[in-house]
Design a protein around this ligand. Structure first.
Ligand SMILES: [Zn+2]
Length: 444
């Protein structure tokens, strides 16, 4: 375990530039984006500091991107808990702890205040969603072991570009509650032997049709069910419920049931995962504009996820995605992301895990994890102000405390240099002002 009290560890360990990370490293600008440069406190970032990081795999780029997206979301939602997420220690804790999980080959922080928002925060969302995804996979496997199968029903309704999410989302959720609470739906469950369901709420935004709230529902049922008949029966009850709540739909788009093992397995495997984006600063920088345009065209068809809106904002600095993300955050505040039907989790042997709150999952430490390092105030200040929270975890994924120590000491030195330059600039400015006053006085 490394204890990064800078006083005691300064000058120890391998020299800067020694670790594999730095040898293979590329230089990544810190805090720079088209949206403007913000540090992790949401303040304008002064200058570009070159911090060596390992060559990035797409998975690593995706993990790092979460922190960049979080900085932008925090800036957009200054009144929400995301404002302080993963920046400050929990009161009473002396250090920020870095945990390493060998079985997962992952690293994460302990003793930090988190916002636990699956909707607003790309960092907390990834953490919570990963635990929930593991649970979904266990639930599906448990039911299949009992001889059953799972199908995926996707519910939506007709909407227009001008519809406000604050109007359509409550209507959609009310229709879902209306449907599941009434006898016709329960008769469908009984007729097809459905023992329970897990519902995931999602939303995308499209250029042509605006906000698109929808729900994906895993239905647990016996093998051999006539899927076409099930879809027809569910459509009848869903369209009736939607009509009661003032929504309309077409047979083509209102409900779709997917029943192949591959479709369900793929849905569970991808659930909660953000698609990886190409890393910044790679050698194909020249083609980035083109790939961004291609990505944007693809999104225009498939719809932007809320975190795609943040990517759009970072790429262009336009105001539209900022406004859309704020609308989304307001509409989804305090909504449940995943809902289990009563009794299902207990029947599948996962009741304790299914009952865990977002807050519990965001702060949960995996059992097999151990503390790789404890970072004191000075070290954490450097990590924060140089926007290196994600990069530090990438280094920690090696499980090598000495390598992490080198990385951390380099950050502290970088910040010292930045502070020194800033002080020099301030002193020079004071001196210049002083001379100006002296010249005016002598001129008078
Ligand atoms: Zn958070």
């Amino acid at each position: 375990m490394g204890n990064f009290s800078m006083e005691s560890r300064a000058g120890e360990g391998p020299q800067a530039g020694g670790p594999e990370a730095a040898r293979k490293g590329c230089v990544r600008p810190v805090g720079g984006s088209a949206y403007g440069s913000l540090d992790d406190a949401g303040n304008p970032f002064l200058g570009t500091i070159a911090v060596p990081t390992p060559a990035l795999s797409s998975e690593a780029a995706s993990r790092l991107e979460k922190w960049e997206l979080q900085s932008v979301a925090r800036f957009l939602l200054p009144g929400e808990r995301i404002r302080g997420c993963c920046l400050h220690r929990i009161p009473g804790k002396e250090t920020v702890d870095v945990y390493f999980s060998p079985s997962q080959n992952s690293a994460h922080y302990g003793n930090l205040i988190t916002c636990a928002s699956v909707w607003n925060c790309p960092v907390c969302s990834a953490r919570i969603s990963e635990r929930r995804r593991e649970l979904l996979a266990r639930a599906v496997a448990a039911w299949e072991e009992q001889g059953g199968t799972v199908v995926l029903a996707s519910y939506t309704f007709s909407h227009r570009r001008s519809d406000a999410l604050s109007d359509t989302l409550p209507g959609f959720l009310a229709a879902q509650v209306w449907m599941t609470g009434h006898r016709p739906y329960k008769r469908v469950l009984e007729a097809f032997g459905i023992i329970g369901a897990i519902k995931a709420l999602e939303v995308t935004w499209g250029i042509h049709n605006g906000w698109h709230p929808h729900a994906h529902v895993l239905l647990f049922l016996p093998l051999g069910v006539d899927v076409a008949a099930l879809e027809a029966a569910l459509y009848l009850v869903w369209s009736a419920a939607a009509k009661c709540c003032g929504l309309t739909m077409s047979r083509e788009h209102g409900l779709k049931v997917q029943a192949t093992y591959g479709q369900v397995a793929e849905y569970v495997a991808k659930w909660g995962h953000q698609p990886a984006r190409r890393p910044w600063g790679t050698p194909d920088e020249m083609t980035k504009g083109h790939s961004k345009r291609a990505h944007r065209a693809e999104l225009a068809d498939s719809g932007y996820s809320p975190f795609d809106l943040l990517r759009w904002l970072i790429d262009t600095g336009e105001s539209q995605p900022a406004g859309l993300f704020r609308q989304y955050a307001a509409a989804f505040k305090r909504r449940r992301q995943l809902t289990w039907s009563p009794g299902l989790a207990a029947r599948l042997g996962v009741a304790t895990e299914a009952e865990k709150s977002d807050e519990e999952l965001a702060d949960e430490i995996r059992e097999e994890s151990w503390v790789l390092a404890q970072i004191r105030f000075e070290g954490w200040r450097a990590v924060r102000l140089l926007n290196q929270r994600g990069q530090l975890l990438e280094v920690a994924r090696s499980g090598d405390a000495a390598q992490l120590g080198v990385f951390l000491r380099r950050l502290v030195a970088e910040l010292d240099e930045r502070d020194r330059l800033q002080l020099e600039r301030m002193a020079a400015a004071r001196l210049a002002r002083g001379w100006g006053v002296a010249e005016e006085a002598s001129g008078a």
